[in-house]
Design a protein. Structure first.
Ligand SMILES: [Zn+2]
Length: 353
C-alpha cells in the first residue's frame, strides 16, 4: 500500500530538519500536501528552516516580525487551512448567488495586526489557496496573492477588526434579498423568526463609495452592537468572534430571513410576531452566546418595535395640497363634508315623513 503524506507529515519532516525532497517517489500526497510542496518551490514558498518553525509556534507573528518568520507563517499548515476555508466560503457565496462578477470579499485575522484576505478581480467561487493575500491592518499587502492585489474593499474589513477586537473573520457580499432591504433603506422587521433574533444583529450604514476609508468608518461605527451591517445601495458585511464560517452563516441567516419576510408580507395577512417576553427569552440565549445586540437590557415594552416597516406594498395618499396643508388633512375635511351631507339628507328625510 502506498504511504499517504499530509501537510502535517511534511511539517514534521521540516521540523526535524529533513528534506521534503527526500520523500520516496511512490508516496501519495494529499491535495493540501501537494499545494504545500508547490508553495515551497514557487515564489511564495521559502524553505522552512527548522529554527523558524520552532520560533513561530512559540511566539505570535505580526507585521513587524522578520520577513523569514512572516513567510514561514504564511506558508504554514495552519494558514494553509485558513486559506482553504476562505476558498470554501467563497465557493458557497458564489453557489448561493450572494456574489456576482468579482464582487464580495473575505478576511480572517491571523495575528495581532495581520489578516488573510481575498484578492481583487477574481470570482469568489473559483479561488485557490495561493490566491489569498496577507495584509497588515493598514491594508498593505505583505505577501501572497499569486500576482494579484488584495481586495480593494479590505479597508472596511480591517476597520471592523480594529474597532471590534473580537472580530476574527469578516465576510462581505451582495445577497439580493438583503441588498434589496439595503437599497430601500429598510432595516428588516424583528420578532418573526428565532434564528434571526439569536444570531443576527443588523443595522444600516449610509452609502459611500466602496473601498473608501469613509465607508469603512461608517460600518465600523456600528460593529460594537451589531454583527451584520447592511450597506445602503451596496450589500452586506458581517463579522464573527468564532470563525469565517460563522461570519458566513450570518449571511445565510439574514438572506433567508429577508426572503421569508418578503413572502410573509405578500400573503394578504399581517405577519404575526412573537411577544416581547418571547423575544426576551431569545435575547438571553443570544447574550449567553456572546453575540452583541443593542436591545440587551431594554424593557419588554421597548422590544419588537417595527416602526418603519410597512408590510406589503400599500398605496398611501399623502399628497401636499397647493395651500400647503397635508393630503390627509384634506381627506379629513372631505370626510367631514360627506358626513354632513348624509346627515342633512337624513334630517330632510325624517322631516318629510
Ligand atoms: Zn461590495
Amino acid at each position: 500500500m502506498r504511504q499517504v503524506v499530509s501537510v502535517r507529515d511534511l511539517e514534521e519532516m521540516l521540523k526535524n530538519g529533513k528534506d521534503v525532497k527526500s520523500l520516496p517517489e511512490n508516496v501519495l500526497l494529499t491535495p493540501a500536501a501537494r499545494d504545500f510542496l508547490r508553495d515551497l518551490e514557487n515564489g511564495n514558498g521559502r524553505p522552512h528552516s527548522v529554527a523558524n518553525f520552532a520560533e513561530i509556534s512559540a511566539k505570535a507573528v505580526n507585521s513587524k516580525s522578520p520577513r523569514s518568520e512572516i513567510d514561514a507563517y504564511f506558508n504554514s499548515a495552519k494558514l494553509h487551512e485558513l486559506k482553504e476555508q476562505i476558498c470554501d466560503i467563497g465557493r458557497r457565496l458564489w453557489q448561493r448567488e450572494y456574489v456576482d462578477g468579482n464582487g464580495g470579499n473575505i478576511a480572517i485575522r491571523v495575528g495581532e495586526d495581520i489578516a488573510l484576505c481575498t484578492p481583487t478581480l477574481v470570482s469568489k467561487g473559483f479561488m485557490k489557496p495561493e490566491d489569498i493575500c496577507l495584509v497588515d491592518l493598514e491594508g498593505n499587502q505583505i505577501c501572497g496573492g499569486n500576482g494579484k492585489k488584495r481586495t480593494s474593499e479590505i479597508l472596511m474589513h480591517l476597520q471592523i477588526m480594529k474597532r471590534q477586537p473580537r472580530a476574527v473573520a469578516t465576510v462581505h457580499c451582495h445577497p439580493p434579498y438583503s441588498t434589496g432591504f439595503a437599497v430601500a433603506g429598510i432595516e428588516p422587521p424583528t420578532c418573526m423568526i428565532p434564528e434571526y433574533e439569536v444570531f443576527s444583529s443588523v443595522a444600516i450604514a449610509p452609502y459611500r463609495t466602496p473601498g473608501t476609508p469613509e465607508m469603512g468608518k461608517l460600518v465600523a461605527d456600528l460593529v460594537d452592537k451589531h454583527n451584520t451591517i447592511l450597506m445602503a445601495n451596496h450589500g452586506v458585511v458581517s463579522w464573527s468572534h468564532n470563525n469565517v464560517e460563522d461570519a458566513y452563516f450570518k449571511m445565510e441567516i439574514l438572506e433567508a430571513y429577508c426572503r421569508t419576510v418578503l413572502v410573509a408580507s405578500q400573503l394578504g395577512h399581517a405577519p404575526k410576531t412573537m411577544t416581547p417576553s418571547q423575544l426576551q427569552d431569545l435575547l438571553k440565549i443570544k447574550q449567553s452566546l456572546g453575540i452583541p445586540d443593542p436591545r440587551f437590557g431594554l424593557k419588554e415594552c421597548e422590544l419588537c418595535d417595527n416602526d418603519g416597516w410597512r408590510p406589503g406594498v400599500t398605496c398611501s395618499v399623502n399628497q401636499q395640497s397647493t395651500d400647503g396643508s397635508s393630503g390627509s388633512h384634506n381627506g379629513d375635511t372631505e370626510v367631514e363634508a360627506l358626513v354632513q351631507a348624509i346627515t342633512d339628507q337624513i334630517m330632510r328625510g325624517s322631516a318629510a315623513a
